[in-house]
Design a binder for this molecule. Sequence first.
Ligand SMILES: Cc1ncc(COP(=O)(O)O)c(C=O)c1O
Length: 389
Amino acid sequence: MFFPDPPDVTGYNFDQGLPGRETFPREDLLRLAGKVLARDGSVCLDYFEPQVGYEELLFGNRALRAAIAARIGHIQGKAVSPEGVILTSGSVQGIALAAHGYLDTGDVVAVEATTFPYALKYFQSAGAELRALPIDDDGMDVAALQKLIVELAGQHRRLKMVYLGPTFQCPTGTELAVARRVRLVQLAQQHGFLILEDDVYSELRFEGASLPTLLSMDDSGLVLQAGTFSKMVAPGLRLGWMAGDPAGIASLASVREDLGVSQWIARTMIEYLGEGLLDPHLKKVNAIYRAKRDAAIAGLASVRDDLVKFRTPRGSFYLWIEIDDRVDWQRVAAEAAKARIYFRPGERFTLEADPRQYFRMSYSQAPLETVREGSERLGQIIRSSVRRT
Ligand SMILES: Cc1ncc(COP(=O)(O)O)c(C=O)c1O
């Protein structure tokens, strides 16, 4: 049984992919949760709204589905109906439902060579055969995907699904280039595979123009998009969704094993969106994450390009750091643990062993000063861990 390591919140915690606690909009949520309870009475503590009915057990609160569909229209320029949205316990549940709703034993799923480990776990538990595709500065290598499709065709097999994070991919922070997005959607339409677009970080952009989502580029119902309030607002809400073609969303509902999401939290989030609080909140948190990213990069300046290499992300939570071969990685890990600096080893994100040394540093959650101090200390540890041979 796999359990993630428990966090040491008193150290320099760059490990889990969490929003900074200081960003949680506690006052707004307290006010709105109270408002909803006072106004809606016991209905908001019930399984579903009687006027809507059992549909909410399968898909979640209808009014929030409509509000999310409207937001997707507004932000992504894609018309989605409330029937094209299912609410889930975080986007992880949406990904798990897609795995179990669509995959049979032996189905081939293409994933990025480093990716979100929970998704791998769900695909594996559905019996899928996973194939890793390389990532470069422009995101997933779509030409490699094309080769895979040809290789499978040679064996009279076909690709069933591609799972990827086109915007601020976890853990690399890369953004899939627009030409690759276009090609990927063309390939899906040509070969009939499903694209599972993990879009949980795209609104956490603090630099650069936003890119078209895969969902917005497809009109044939082949893209399912995972979204969530976890990274934008707070993970403890446990409220995410999948959006796409209503028939595809219905397939996810058909394998659901719980009874929807919390009415109270859903109604609170309708109010949060309705009062227009999300956009100013994102503006505020993105400024915070940009400052933390800069602090992390400044802290590592003394080793950057020489002993470590990483891209500068334009949004989201992570630096994906490659350590030079001259550095004794075991020693870095041991010394960092002594200094109570925590980060996530690269192998947690890969399917196949990679001889290079990577780790993911999540700068989002620790306070700014801790990010600055911890990354500087980490830089010192890396410098002092160069092999002497
Ligand atoms: C890439 C990616 N997808 C999905 C999730 C799931 O988040 P949640 O279930 O809280 O929405 C995470 C959380 O770490 C993530 O990094």
